[in-house]
Design a protein around this ligand. Structure first.
Ligand code: FAD
Length: 409
């Protein structure tokens, strides 16, 4: 057991909460600092609910720039781009373009896969030891492809057929009968039987409740800020007042970039806006396995007795406000694809900002400030990677972490 430290984790989203939990379990005293009235109210609130441990390919890949350009010309496409006179947006997009090649994608997919599998193991441990009430299930995940070339490319990248099964359209319908009507339009699918689903917001609340019952945990509500202090250390302020701590872990989602600026860091984080609907669909109409409709980039997951449908990447959004056109498009896509689980006009809309790095690989690293660590940039996989990212922070503090691509800022 390492020497106990007083550690402050900034950010009460799924990344910060999982980090705080892993550090408490490692014997530290932890203060979790959150500016909102409660935890899990920003990007972690109503995401797709997929614990997608095997399908972790970053968005940046060969062919994506051309595909994105064709999408931008279509109304209601999965990706929308609003160019701004913002150097950060341009730098982020240029770095994203540089990562759009198959070598970088393969390397980054490998890093993400190992982080994701570690995450699955650790979440399993947390569940076995009593973390509960977040609608966890292990129904497997089916990615369905309408486009034959994309299906062939995905099928060719499957390396372990036990973990990822390549399916024909009729097999897709057998694995998930709720999508049977779609089978004639499909080229095929990839099924990962060990993948899981859960409600991310409830997971945040379960972590909060589990930690609140531990004596060495404090949940502190307030606005954090950071500054360069004496002896090369990072100072933490809460609502403008000095906050005493041995170590600080920055895990504030898309807000981390602004927090780190006074320290001289320009973190390559950008908020990619996405949307979800939560429908109280009639019993028996919802898919049991979680499904990704790859060509429309829409994910479907049954969470308890509700259906979560999530999609879209808006580049250039300033905040997480709901664009009614995008939500109308999502309702229309769900109605076309899974009509029996509708109607979707009463489904609850939500939007959030994925804290994304250009490469899709998070930054989990020590910094030149000896008392500051980063755990940011989990992008579209923050729920999936939360427990594994938390373990990496724990290992960095223990001094046992092996060098990794996640060290790159
Ligand atoms: C539409 C959509 C669907 C998604 N689907 C999935 C999915 O199916 N599976 C998956 O794994 N991931 C999914 N994601 C991604 C996932 O939701 C995010 O990666 C994850 O929630 C990010 O968590 P976070 O804790 O880093 O950030 P957040 O949840 O945004 O948490 C950051 C916290 O920091 C706090 N904060 C910020 N600044 C300060 C400050 N100065 N002081 C104090 N507190 C501060 C904020 O209030 C916030 O609570 C999806 C995202 C979206 C938008």
């Amino acid at each position: 057991m390492p020497a106990q430290r007083n550690i402050t984790v900034i950010g009460g989203g799924v990344t910060g909460l999982a980090t705080a939990y892993a550090l408490l379990r490692d014997g530290h005293a932890v203060t979790l600092l959150e500016r909102n009235g409660d935890v899990g109210e920003e990007a972690s609130f109503a995401n797709g609910g997929q614990l997608s441990y095997r399908y972790v390919h970053p968005l940046a890949d060969a062919g994506v720039p051309r595909e994105t350009l064709s999408w931008l010309l279509q109304a209601g496409s999965p990706i929308s781009l609003r160019l701004r006179a913002d150097p950060h947006q341009w730098r982020w997009m240029l770095a994203f373009l540089r990562a759009c090649n198959s070598t970088t994608n393969a390397r980054n997919s490998k890093v993400l896969l190992s982080l994701a599998l570690r995450s699955q193991d650790e979440l399993g441990r947390w569940r076995t030891e009593g973390l509960k009430d977040f609608l966890w299930r292990q129904p497997g995940k089916l990615v369905v492809y309408r486009n034959a070339a994309k299906f062939r490319k995905a099928a060719a990248s499957v390396s372990n057929p036990e973990l990822e099964q390549v399916l024909s359209p009729s097999d897709c319908a057998r694995v998930e009968p709720a999508f049977a009507a779609l089978a004639p339009k499909l080229a095929g699918g990839i099924f990962s039987p060990a993948d899981e689903v859960a409600d991310c917001h409830r997971f945040c609340l379960s972590l909060r409740d589990a930690m609140t019952a531990m004596p060495s945990f404090t949940l502190l509500r307030g606005q954090a800020s950071l500054g360069a202090g004496a002896n090369g250390r990072c100072d933490v302020m809460v609502d403008g007042r000095a906050h005493d701590t041995d170590l600080v872990v920055l895990a504030a989602g898309v807000g981390s970039r602004q927090l780190a600026r006074p320290l001289g860091f320009d973190l390559p984080l950008y908020g990619l806006k996405g949307y979800s609907l939560t429908a109280n669909s009639p019993a028996g109409t919802m898919p049991d396995v979680s499904v990704t409709d790859y060509d429309n980039r829409v994910v479907y997951a049954r969470l308890g007795d509700a259906l979560r449908i999530a999609a879209m990447v808006d580049i250039g959004a300033r905040d997480a406000s709901i664009n009614p056109h995008r939500i109308a498009r999502l309702r229309a896509l769900a109605s076309e694809t899974l009509p029996q689980a509708g109607p979707y006009d009463t489904a609850r809309p939500w939007a959030g900002l994925r804290p994304a790095t250009p490469s899709g690989v998070p930054i989990i690293a020590r910094t030149r400030y000896p008392n500051l660590l980063l755990n940011v940039g989990q992008g579209a996989l923050g729920f999936t990677l939360s427990a594994g990212s938390a373990l990496r922070v724990r290992d960095l503090i223990r001094g046992t972490a092996t060098p990794s691509l996640t060290d790159a800022a």
